[in-house]
Design a protein around this ligand. Structure first.
Ligand SMILES: O=P(O)(O)OC[C@H]1O[C@H](OP(=O)(O)OP(=O)(O)O)[C@H](O)[C@@H]1O
Ligand SMILES: Nc1nc2[nH]cnc2c(=O)[nH]1
Length: 183
């Protein structure tokens, strides 16, 4: 079987199906912004982008949120060791989170391990309030360690990409969400 890392970007498009159109994603982004705005009113926030997938949502929300916001980011990689799943921090936030209202942004809540670790980090750093918003949540039937406060779209239990999510590094910039065909 061909190494998937050597496949062309067009291969992934051809071997995938539309899950949410660009218009549907735009509507979901509007809804996420409205939900956050309603919860936060005009209070100052720190947007905390979970790289790299959260970048698309962060960029879109920054255009929609009408409140004083600062921006920081972190990168948490999941390490699947023999003893389970652990998080390795490739980058921690630069801002002092103490006393801050932090809004964590990510592209997808799948098993929830990443988001739970990020929230725990914020709490341990004495954030005043931590809200979480994800563009998508995978409908995988799992009992997850946390629920996101705001979820844009529910995606099927398949590998999805677009709108921040990659397929072998490609198509994070796609304005729609697609799922790989099941072979
Ligand atoms: O809910 P979970 O099962 O923990 O998975 C969700 C995480 O997986 C992806 O990150 P990934 O490590 O693939 O990095 P990326 O953001 O660079 O794509 C995604 O961006 C989430 O952060
Ligand atoms: N791109 C992508 N990243 C994920 N991380 C966890 N689940 C997924 C998924 O379906 N797609």
């Amino acid at each position: 079987m061909q190494d998937p890392n050597t496949r062309s970007p067009d291969y992934w498009l051809a071997n995938s199906e539309l899950v949410f159109s660009a218009d549907q994603v735009t509507h979901a982004l509007d809804q996420i912004a409205q939900a956050l705005q309603a919860r936060l009113a005009a209070q100052p926030i720190l947007l905390l982008c979970v790289m790299r997938g959260g970048l698309y949502l962060a960029g879109q929300l920054m255009q929609r949120l009408q409140l004083p916001a600062r921006l920081d980011y972190l990168q948490a990689n999941r390490y699947h060791g023999t003893a389970g799943s652990d998080i390795v921090w490739a980058r921690l936030p630069e801002f002092d989170l103490s006393g801050q209202t932090v809004v964590v942004l990510d592209d997808i809540l799948d098993e929830g391990i990443t988001l739970a670790a990020v929230v725990q980090h914020c709490q341990q750093a004495n954030a005043k309030q931590v809200l979480t918003a994800v563009l998508t949540e995978k409908d995988n039937g799992l009992t997850k360690p946390l629920q996101a406060d705001v979820v844009g779209l529910s995606v099927p239990n398949r590998y999805v990409f677009g709108c921040g999510m990659d397929v072998y590094g490609w198509w994070r910039n796609l304005p729609e969400i697609r799922a790989l065909k099941e072979s």
